[in-house]
Design a protein around this ligand. Structure first.
Ligand SMILES: NC(=O)c1ccc[n+]([C@@H]2O[C@H](COP(=O)([O-])OP(=O)(O)OC[C@H]3O[C@@H](n4cnc5c(N)ncnc54)[C@H](O)[C@@H]3O)[C@@H](O)[C@H]2O)c1
Length: 357
C-alpha cells in the first residue's frame, strides 16, 4: 500500500493506494471517529463489495444506504433521503460516513457529510478509476441541478481516501476509459513526462496491468493532491483541473445526464479546448492530433454529440467558472501546461463548437 498526502494544515489527510488497501486497519478503522457508521453505496457496487467492508467493521454500529446507480441520482432529493435515514437511526455529530462507489456516490456522500450536523467525518472509498484519481480527492462535493452539473455543493475534505485497486477488476472497459480521461488530463495540464509515459501505457492500464495501473493512479493522486494543497478553494491554479470540463459539463447537460458519461464528455471537451488553444496558436494542429490519438487509444470520443451552438453556449454560461457572464476556459499553453483565461474571441469559440475548426 502506498500513501500520498493532501497537505492542508489541520485538514491534511492520507490517500491510501493499493490492492487490498480498504482492508488495512490503518486506512479504515483508525480513521473512524465514534461508533456510528453509515455506508453509502449503490445497487451495483453494494452486492460486490459491501460485505467485505462490513467484515472490516465488526465492532461498529453500521447502517447502509444503497442508492440506485447512475448520474440522475446525484440530486438534492437523494441527499435529503440519506439525511432522513441518518436521523431516523439517531446518528449525530460523532457519526462517520463512508462512501463506497463511483464519483456519484463519493460526491453525494461528501456533500451530506458536509451539511449533516454542520459537518461529520467522511471517508471516501472510491470504486471506479475516475473516482480514485479524481472525484474522491480534493474535497469538492455536490449534486446536480436541472440547470447544470454540480451547481449545488461544498468544499469539504474527507479524513481519508482509500483507493483499493482490487475494486477496479469488476469495471467494464468503458468505465476504465472514463477514468483514463481524467488521468490523461493530468498529463496534459501538469506533467508532460507523465503524458509521454501514458502514450505508451494506455493499453496496459485498460487491461489492468497491476504495475501500470498502480503508477497511473498514484501519479494522478499525487498531481491532484499537489494542486489542491496549493489552492484548496479554487481561487487560482486549481481551476486548471477543469480542463475540458466547461465543455464537458455542457455536453452532459445538453445530452441529458446519464447519456454521455462524465469521462466521455470531458474527453470530447478536452479536444474542443485543445482546438481553441490551437486556433489561438498556443499549441500546434499536430498537438491536437496527439491529444485525439491518445483519447482514441483510451476508447474515448473525440467529437461532441450534435449540438445546437446557442443552447450549448447558454449552458456553458451557467457553469460555475463564469465571471461577469464571460465563460472562463482552461486552455493549453503546451502539452503539460494549462492556464485559465477569459481572453479569447467568442467567434473562435463558436467556430470550434460549430466544427468549423
Ligand atoms: N468531486 C470531484 O472533484 C469530481 C471529480 C470528477 C468527477 N466527479 C463526479 O463523478 C461522477 C462520475 O463518477 P463515475 O464515473 O465514477 O460514475 P458513477 O459513480 O456513476 O459510476 C459509474 C458506474 O460504475 C458502477 N461502478 C462503480 N464502481 C464499480 C465497480 N468497482 N465495479 C463495477 N461497477 C462499478 C456504478 O454503479 C455506475 O453504474 C460525476 O458525477 C462527476 O461530476 C466529481
Amino acid at each position: 500500500m502506498n500513501i500520498e498526502t493532501v497537505n492542508l494544515n489541520d485538514r491534511s489527510y492520507p490517500i491510501y493506494i493499493g490492492k487490498g488497501a480498504s482492508q488495512e486497519p490503518e486506512s479504515l478503522i483508525e480513521r473512524i471517529k465514534g461508533s456510528d457508521v453509515a455506508i453509502v453505496s449503490d445497487e451495483v457496487v453494494a452486492p460486490l463489495y459491501l460485505e467485505l467492508l462490513l467484515k472490516a467493521l465488526p465492532d461498529k454500529n453500521v447502517i447502509t444506504h444503497i442508492l440506485p446507480n447512475g448520474e440522475p441520482e446525484k440530486k438534492l432529493k437523494t441527499a435529503h433521503k440519506i439525511i432522513d435515514h441518518l436521523l431516523e437511526n439517531g446518528f449525530g455529530r460523532d457519526a462517520t460516513l463512508i462512501s463506497l462507489g463511483g464519483g456519484v456516490v463519493c460526491d453525494i456522500t461528501g456533500f451530506v457529510a458536509s451539511i449533516f450536523m454542520r459537518g461529520v467525518n467522511v471517508i471516501q472509498i472510491p470504486t471506479t478509476l475516475l473516482a480514485q484519481v479524481d472525484a474522491s480527492v480534493g474535497g469538492k462535493t455536490g449534486v446536480n441541478h436541472r440547470l447544470g452539473k454540480n451547481l449545488i455543493g461544498t468544499f469539504y475534505q474527507p479524513s481519508a481516501v482509500i483507493c483499493d485497486t482490487a475494486f477496479l477488476s469488476s469495471l467494464r472497459p468503458e468505465e476504465m476509459s472514463d477514468g483514463l480521461a481524467e488521468i490523461i488530463k493530468y498529463g496534459l495540464i501538469y506533467d508532460r513526462d507523465f503524458f509521454v509515459w501514458l502514450q505508451s501505457n494506455v493499453s496496459n492500464i485498460l487491461e489492468q496491468d497491476r504495475s501500470s495501473l498502480g503508477h497511473a493512479v498514484q501519479r494522478s493522486c499525487q498531481i491532484k493532491a499537489e494542486i489542491v494543497a496549493q489552492d484548496e478553494k479554487e481561487q487560482s491554479i486549481r481551476a486548471i483541473l477543469n480542463f475540458g470540463h466547461t465543455f464537458g459539463h455542457a455536453i452532459e447537460n445538453q445530452a441529458g445526464y446519464g447519456q454521455w458519461s462524465h469521462g466521455q464528455a470531458i474527453a470530447a471537451g478536452m479536444v474542443l479546448a485543445s482546438k481553441l488553444s490551437a486556433k489561438m496558436s498556443l499549441i500546434s494542429e499536430d498537438d491536437v492530433e496527439v491529444v485525439k490519438d491518445i483519447l482514441l487509444k483510451a476508447g474515448l470520443p473525440v467529437e461532441p454529440p450534435k449540438i445546437n451552438v446557442n443552447d450549448f453556449m447558454d449552458t456553458m454560461r451557467a457553469d460555475k467558472k463564469v465571471k461577469d457572464r464571460v465563460i472562463q476556459l482552461v486552455l493549453l499553453e503546451e502539452i503539460g501546461n494549462a492556464f485559465l483565461t477569459a481572453d479569447y474571441l467568442e467567434q473562435d469559440l463558436e467556430d470550434v463548437l460549430k466544427g468549423v475548426i
